[in-house]
Design a protein around this ligand. Structure first.
Ligand SMILES: [Zn+2]
Length: 394
């Protein structure tokens, strides 16, 4: 006789399956791993990085840390949703998405009234002063017309709009604090006999890397996270979010070797040329500024998707569904501020920005922790957060 499955397990499986079909948790698993590794490589290459920090970074980043091996991994590997084969910071850099997939709908992350999923984005239209009717959901407007000013975004987590808009800038600030405290406590990495077992700097460095990377994904700054407004009303809108993320680098059915190689070269170039214009003196403000910058790319993403949307190759049958031609999508060009830019170039710019900002945050956390000198592990103020999470989830 088959034992019936507990109700909670069935419910969890349903939640998981529903989420797997509509993942919208930001850059793909493979990209979060990539951006974390590139940030670590950047810090290792910098002369000014303190030797003790370099030692820590090597310990928390097993696996490829040189350009040729990482390039090969980027070109050839298939990662999927789960971070197979990864450990240390690259593994933890994916866990926030896995938590978003597996949390109960009513589960919140202390101290906020929202769940994990809401910590990965901030939909800026909620703060557009022209769209403040409480009964209707704000919209993306063509030309970026619904983009608010920095000064219109309140630094008050109790503002009711954050329950829908998402709380990414608050989460970045919080996780940064957790990383600083873990380093100060000397809890640098996972170690046998160290409890709580998962409360350490490799964990929080990975988490920080995740949220900072999400901060640069344009669709994570807008209610229109699938670029729907660029398609005719009533059209079966393709998954533009997936095109922007995993399809180029980690698709189950296609590798796009030429496009992938082209993107790798663009990313390497952008890593040496992109300027991070957002502040590092105030991480919340810096995060909002980064979302505002990413927001400006939405027009290009949407126009590229609409232009690359066509009936599947070789089919004249009117009932054949329309799909996005990924190569046409990434090669689409638009003139912005007098400069012609392709979507591939824009994505490379934003991912390079993510790498630069991850490295900046890690370095700043290390320096801040070292300024104060070591403290006793028992005084970590928020180590119990994880226990609370576990109890709720388990
Ligand atoms: Zn995410």
């Amino acid at each position: 006789m088959v034992t019936p499955m507990p109700k909670r397990l069935i419910a969890l499986m349903i939640v998981l399956l529903m989420s797997l079909t509509s993942i919208a948790s930001a850059w793909s698993t493979k990209e979060h791993i990539l951006l974390t590794r590139l940030a670590v490589m950047r810090l290792l290459a910098e002369e000014q990085t303190p030797p003790a920090m370099k030692d820590w970074l090597r310990r928390i980043t097993p696996g490829p840390l040189d350009e040729p091996s990482l390039h090969q991994w980027y070109m050839d590997s298939r990662q999927g949703v789960f971070p197979r084969g990864e450990d240390g910071a690259p593994f933890w850099a994916v866990v926030p998405d896995l938590k978003a997939l597996t949390s109960w709908p009513q589960e919140t992350v202390a101290p906020w009234p929202v769940g994990e999923r809401l910590l990965h984005f901030i939909d800026l239209e909620y703060f557009d002063p022209a769209q403040q009717t409480p009964s209707s959901k704000p919209q993306y407007k063509l030309g970026g017309a619904a983009k608010p000013e920095l000064s219109q975004i309140p630094r008050d987590p109790a503002d009711g709009r954050y329950k829908q808009a998402g709380m990414l800038p608050f989460r970045i600030e919080q996780v940064y604090g957790k990383l600083v405290r873990s380093i100060r406590a000397g809890r640098l990495t996972d170690a046998p006999g160290q409890f709580p077992r998962d409360e350490h700097a490799a964990h929080w460095a990975g988490f920080l890397s995740h949220y900072i990377a999400d901060n640069t994904q344009p669709q994570h700054s807008s209610v229109d996270y699938k670029s729907r407004v660029f398609f005719p009303p009533g059209a079966h809108v393709p998954n533009v979010h997936a095109q922007m993320e995993y399809i180029l680098v980690d698709d189950e059915r296609a590798d796009f070797p030429e496009l992938r190689e082209q993107f790798w070269q663009l990313l390497q170039q952008k890593l040496t040329s992109v300027n991070d214009e957002a502040t590092m003196d105030d991480l919340w403000v810096g995060s909002v500024q980064t979302s505002l910058r990413a927001y400006d790319a939405l027009e290009l993403v949407g126009a590229a998707a609409a232009a690359a949307w066509k009936r599947a190759e070789g089919s004249d049958n009117p009932s054949t569904p329309w799909v996005i031609d990924t190569t046409a999508f990434y090669n689409y060009r638009m003139t912005q501020n007098g400069v012609s830019v392709s979507l591939a170039e824009k994505k490379a710019e934003l991912q390079a920005l993510a790498v630069i900002r991850i490295a900046e945050h890690l370095r700043q956390a290390w320096d801040e922790a070292m300024k104060a000198g070591p403290i006793e592990p028992s005084t970590i103020p928020d180590a119990s957060d994880q226990n609370t999470d576990q109890e709720k989830a388990g």
